[in-house]
Design a protein around this ligand. Structure first.
Ligand code: AMP
Ligand code: GLY
Length: 447
């Protein structure tokens, strides 16, 4: 039976979800705040709306007779879009507002881990008195991570001893007007992500991915939403063992067991430390960019996972192609602190060659005015095209037998895009940086 699937969200992650559904028995509809040109081309319908407005989403879902909805980003989850869809009788693959707190409230997340004895939880304290937090920093023996309790798009965390000194950390706390923060033990090691498809008390995991949060090459600069990521042809990454991966999966299992009827993606961000994987955070959705590593190698029909979840059937076993992936985001010059928009995107899905192109925060301008609601009526013919906005613009993904080959495929496509108005972390997926990760883990382990 064909399904009308409504996809919510307009970033690179959602473009990857759209592609994963494009060849299935799904009629795809999409809605987002921005008209993602890649999704719009795949979907049978696209509505530009505020995805944190549950009523607007439900109205569109009803208009298109959606039988399943897939929620990509965290903001609509926090706004209760899954709850409202369910109230309207539409199955949402994405947790309800209450369950999404595992991502949207970091204080809740740590308490939840502690109360349920979920392994891998760092020492933590929650504060709503910012001076008390500063005193805690003074008294604590060791470095701490400072985390606003609410959502910050991955950009609110400051790690003492890494990005800031204790004094700078206290200044940050005093100058920001956060209501609540978590201070937690600084974890040292290498980060990786494991995403799980969860429904009806069951889960299925995807291969590990490593994202690169820092803005500049060599892991320098401010935190971003993620500059790019890679995965290997196996479940684990070159700096991990198979048993490290399995330990992370056990933490996910304990979390799924402790959650009551969670559905959607559970994303575990882990730090591989000398004592094994510890939890940096959980997210209630696919990672962006990590979805662009995972979905292109998913051989199981994603729609089969969605319908099994909805119909309370056992989730299908997932099959992933034994291929490595490298994803690199092109971001606007100045991102994330002072981004400059308006650069023309010079690569498209055809000129990307062997690479997969995923659009994120771009706008399509057309002189006919019918392509994008945000285009002005008086742009002339020369202005037609796709332009950057102030957030991550587009990603290029190579898929191949090895990380090195996948990296080359992504770079070849980036060369077509050129550098004008854009910035890319070319070091992602390159042998040098991967070797540094391996050396770092060996050094920590005293090998
Ligand atoms: P989050 O928004 O929780 O993903 O945090 C952003 C980044 O801050 C993570 O990807 C880590 O690099 C870093 N971070 C968060 N918590 C910790 C921690 N407890 N120890 C060390 N680094 C952390
Ligand atoms: N790549 C990090 C995130 O999606 O939160």
């Amino acid at each position: 039976m064909r399904e009308n699937v409504l996809l919510i969200g307009g970033g690179g992650r959602e473009h990857a979800i759209a592609r994963a559904l494009a060849d299935s028995e799904a009629d795809l509809y999409a809605c987002a705040g921005n008209k993602n040109p890649g999704i719009a081309r795949i979907a049978a319908g696209f509505d530009t709306l505020e995805t944190t407005n549950p009523k607007a989403v439900v109205d569109y879902a009803e208009d298109v007779d959606a039988t399943i909805a897939v929620i990509g980003p965290e903001a609509p989850l926090e706004a209760g879009v899954a709850d409202e869809l369910e109230a309207a009788g539409i199955y949402a693959f994405g947790p309800k507002e209450e369950d999404a707190r595992i991502e949207t409230d970091k204080a809740f997340q740590r308490r939840f881990m502690a109360e349920n004895n979920i392994p891998g939880c760092p020492d933590f304290e929650t504060f709503d008195d910012m001076e008390a937090a500063c005193d805690f920093i003074d008294e604590y023996d060791g470095d701490l991570a400072i985390k606003p309790a609410g959502l910050t798009g991955g950009k609110g965390v400051k790690v003492i001893g890494d990005q800031v000194t204790a004094e700078e950390g206290k200044e940050y706390i005093r100058e920001s007007d956060y209501d609540r923060i978590v201070l937690e033990e600084r974890l040292i090691g290498e980060e990786f992500t494991v995403q799980a498809f969860v429904a009806n008390g069951e889960f299925r995991t995807a291969p590990a991915v490593q994202d690169h949060k820092r803005a500049y090459e060599g892991d320098e600069g401010p935190n971003t939403g993620g500059m790019g990521s890679y995965s290997d042809a196996t479940d684990e990454l070159p700096f991990m063992t198979e048993s490290d991966y399995e330990d992370a999966v056990s933490i996910i299992e304990a979390t799924v067991d402790a959650l009551d009827d969670y559905r959607g993606i559970l994303y575990g961000q882990f730090m591989l430390t000398t004592t094994g994987p510890r939890v940096v955070e959980f997210n209630a959705r696919f990672g962006d960019p990590e979805a662009m590593n995972t979905l292109p190698v998913l051989e199981t029909d994603f729609l089969d996972v969605l319908t099994a979840a909805r119909d309370d059937d056992p989730l299908p076993a997932l099959s992933f192609a034994e291929q490595a992936t490298v994803c690199k985001y092109a971001v606007p010059e100045g991102y994330p602190t002072d981004p400059e928009s308006g650069a023309k995107v010079r690569v498209d899905e055809e000129s990307a060659g062997d690479a997969l192109l995923y659009y994120a925060s771009v706008e399509e301008r057309s002189s006919s005015g019918n392509q994008n609601s945000s285009s002005s009526d008086d742009v002339d013919e020369r202005d037609d095209g796709i332009y950057t906005t102030t957030s991550r613009s587009f990603a290029l993904v190579g898929v191949a037998d090895s990380i090195a080959e996948a990296e080359e495929i992504a770079e070849d496509a980036l060369a077509v895009a050129g550098e004008e108005g854009l910035r890319v972390r070319h070091d992602i997926g390159k042998a040098d940086l991967i070797q540094r990760r391996i050396d770092h883990m060996n050094e920590l382990r005293g090998e």
